[in-house]
Design a protein around this ligand. Structure first.
Ligand SMILES: [Zn+2]
Length: 468
């Protein structure tokens, strides 16, 4: 597994930062151009090399104002981003293919076309790709990608902090950046400029830093809640601060977005009336995205910390974690609409899924994903569909009351090894099975309030045998 490491600049002087900032801004234009021209179906099958050759031949490159290596790396990076975006869209399309076609042969053909990017002549596939592959725009203007042979690292004293010499805007003019680490970054670097500081991102192979903390010894089921990151089958809640974090952010966004909409309409009205200067002023000063993105980054990293800490706490005791397949149950973007709260909740599901995979892999615990249909509705005491009210689950047979997430975690744990319910069993069939099992159970228990139901149930069989 590859992991990203980040080194930070330390006491970098302002003029060096300004030089890098200018370069990143110019490269941002290159990046945006790649997205604009090749970010959609027009970019299919066009490699970064083709784009580079064309831009050098037709003079586009001459206007970039940066060194050739810098913009070429940016083109390569942007093309890779576009590809990643397209590949991500193929996941739901593959599911759609499975549902749409009935024979294995048809499915196989469609999967192959999708994989080889030869789906454009197929109207069904094209429609599905259009639906799931949203056209992206690049607003990234703070990154510089530096290939491994374009920079060098050095120290001023034995064992001292690392310095990075990265290319500037002119040939042979390097910008030297003092870093906060004694470990030299390697491979391709991504310099990200944020608030006067340079972040140096690079990837290394994970085995070098395999987590030393061992996993636990038992098997644990987990349920993803909303007010907490996870509840385990022992009834412990982990990451309980998540609910408050989401609620606060959602409330903030609701107000903020309403205000932005109002300001946007003022700008639009001004534009209609021909007051372009006012409209532009509002767009530039009141509808910017820099602060919004900063806040989003802060919020997202806070959620990630809470989630990863919660998963670590589970793995502290578990050698085997059983969880719901969180990537399967994503509601569509359309369904979520403008409900910020639900949108955030859906997003945190993805973070939890990532944390479960990542932490399990790093700490050596097993992770099994199971079908989660009805796990939050079955009362574990009697295995019947209980009655849910708020976060409580009432068992209608024995009267027990369960905390819904705890019950969910127990049921998730029991799904592992359930012979009838696999990951792909449709939820209608799951419900049917639960009811069938309840009925079977009931026929074995003729008198419900009996204190010795099992013996009574067996009695008729024994009597029969004695009569022989
Ligand atoms: Zn019960």
């Amino acid at each position: 597994m590859k992991v990203t490491r980040i080194a930070y600049s330390q006491r970098l002087n302002q003029s060096k930062y300004a030089q890098l900032d200018e370069q990143a801004l110019l490269l941002g234009r290159v990046r945006a151009l790649v997205w604009r021209r090749y970010g959609s179906v027009t970019g299919l099958g066009i490699s970064d090399r083709t784009i580079r050759d064309q831009w050098m031949a037709d003079g586009t490159a001459a206007g970039f104002g940066v060194l050739a290596n810098a913009w070429k790396e940016t083109v390569r990076d942007a093309v890779a981003d576009i590809k990643a975006c397209r590949e991500a869209a193929k996941v739901p399309v593959r599911q759609a293919i499975h549902r749409h076609y009935t024979t294995e042969e048809e499915r196989k053909q469609a999967y192959t076309a999708l994989k080889r990017d030869t789906w454009t002549p197929d109207p069904y596939l094209s429609r599905m790709m259009r639906r799931h592959w949203r056209r992206g725009v690049s607003r990234t203007t703070n990154q510089i990608v530096v290939r491994s042979d374009q920079y060098r690292t050095f120290t001023l004293a034995e064992g001292g902090s690392i310095w990075l010499a990265a290319p500037g805007l002119k040939q042979r003019q390097m910008v030297t950046i003092p870093l906060n680490t004694t470990v030299a970054p390697t491979g391709t670097l991504r310099l990200i400029l944020r608030g006067g500081r340079v972040e140096v991102h690079y990837t290394i192979d994970a085995p070098d830093l395999r987590e030393t903390r061992p996993c636990g010894t038992v098997k644990v089921g987990v349920d993803k809640g909303y007010t907490e990151a996870l509840t385990d089958s022992d009834g412990n809640h982990h990451g309980t601060e998540l609910g408050e974090l989401l609620r606060a952010e959602s409330d903030f966004l609701k107000v903020k977005n309403a205000r932005r909409a109002k300001i946007r309409s003022v700008a639009e009205k001004a534009r209609e009336k021909g007051d372009l200067a006012k409209a532009d002023r509002i767009t530039a000063n009141n509808l910017g995205i820099a602060k919004r993105n900063r806040r989003r980054n802060r919020f997202e990293s806070r959620v990630r910390t809470v989630t990863f800490t919660a998963v670590h706490a589970v793995v502290d005791k578990a050698a085997h974690v059983v969880a719901e397949d969180l990537t399967r149950s994503f509601p569509s973007r359309k369904k979520l609409g403008k409900n910020t709260n639900r949108r955030l909740a859906a997003w945190t599901k993805g973070v939890t899924a990532e944390a479960l995979t990542n932490v399990s892999e790093r700490r050596g615990s097993a992770l099994t994903l199971v079908n989660a249909a009805y796990t939050s509705q079955v009362a574990p005491c009697c295995r019947i569909l209980g009655k849910r009210s708020g976060d409580r689950l009432h068992c209608t047979r024995c009267g027990d009351v369960w905390q819904a997430d705890h019950a969910g975690a127990i049921n998730v744990l029991e799904r592992d090894g359930d012979p009838d319910i696999s990951l792909h069993t449709p939820h209608t069939r799951v419900k049917q099975l639960i009811q069938e099992r309840t009925d079977r159970h009931r026929t074995r228990l003729p008198v419900q309030d009996s204190s010795t139901p099992v013996r009574r149930a067996n009695y008729p069989i024994r009597a029969e045998m004695l009569n022989k």
